[in-house]
Design a protein around this ligand. Structure first.
Ligand code: DGL
Length: 277
């Protein structure tokens, strides 16, 4: 198998919050990031559309020699991952692997709660797929899961309006809706990779003592463990310092906003390339 970079995919910038953690845990590998910024948000789109867009983007990453692609997007993980793994990969290329972000999160969050009640904040698509309820209950059948869809949060983040009174209004409203379902929730999962950018605003409105869970570290740990258990795949991931960023949208916007997502002082400039679909 030809060696290639690890591919990281998201509908937009959100996956950069996961990329950042993966890169810091596994810095020895080459990486290619693809954000489908031209077609974000995915969260309000149908199952068929999210699947079609995601599979197109995954094939672009395969064409860039990626043997392993991480869907750093909950909506794509909820709506497209299973079809890609079960229907597409067996006929496309049995050596390629596509992983998501829901399972690594579901496997551990149940150990965080004392009340046995977990809140999920996510896109409409992720909530209506019920993926978190199904996956968490596979590992922790007694835990009760409460979900709140936050359809405006991704557009607020993508348009760089996340530290504004307007954003605060919707964040407070969605959190109130979540806790109205159960005041005993003690663990809240940011089940959308865009949401870590909203942590400061979310913390302002979160009742005291609630554990807020971002996925980046969990996904990075799980990926490291997966590679240890799949040595052929591990050997097919090229080692090096390659960091290429691709966007289906505007390159200038991507470079500017990616810097916000990755944080300052990362040590390298982001120079994205346009990827026509
Ligand atoms: N980052 C994606 C997620 O984790 C955002 C989805 C969207 O494009 O609406 O769900």
């Amino acid at each position: 198998m030809k060696k290639g970079p690890i591919g990281i995919f998201d509908s937009g910038y959100g996956g950069l919050t996961v990329f950042k953690e993966i890169e810091s845990r596994l810095p020895q590998y080459d990486f290619v990031y693809l954000g489908d910024n031209a077609r974000v948000p995915y969260g309000t789109r149908s199952f068929e559309t999210v699947y079609q867009y995601t599979w197109e983007c995954v094939q672009h990453l395969f064409a860039m020699d990626c043997n392993l692609v991480v869907l750093a997007c909950n909506t794509a993980s909820a709506k497209a991952l299973r079809s890609i793994q079960q229907n597409d990969l067996p006929s496309f290329d049995v050596d390629k692997r596509v992983l998501g972000v829901i399972r690594p999160t579901a496997e551990v969050v149940g150990t965080y709660t004392k009340t046995g009640k977990i809140g999920i904040l996510a896109t409409q698509g992720t909530v209506s797929s019920n993926s978190y309820v199904i996956e968490i209950n596979k590992f922790f059948p007694d835990i009760k899961i409460f979900q709140e869809a936050c359809p405006l949060w991704v557009p607020l983040v993508e348009s760089n309006e996340f530290n504004t009174p307007g954003a605060d209004y919707f964040i407070e409203k969605n959190l109130n809706n979540l806790f109205k379902q159960s005041p005993d929730i003690d663990t809240v999962v940011l089940a959308c990779t865009h949401y870590p950018l909203l942590v400061d605003s979310i913390s302002k409105f979160l009742p005291v003592g609630i554990r807020l869970v971002s996925q980046g570290k969990l996904v990075a740990e799980s990926l490291e463990d997966y590679l240890e258990r799949h040595t052929l795949l591990k050997e097919s991931c090229s080692l090096g310092t390659r960091r290429n960023f691709y966007t289906t949208g505007a390159v200038g916007d991507f470079n500017e906003k990616a810097a916000i997502f990755l944080g300052h002082g990362v040590g390298y400039g982001i120079e994205s390339k346009h990827l026509p679909l």
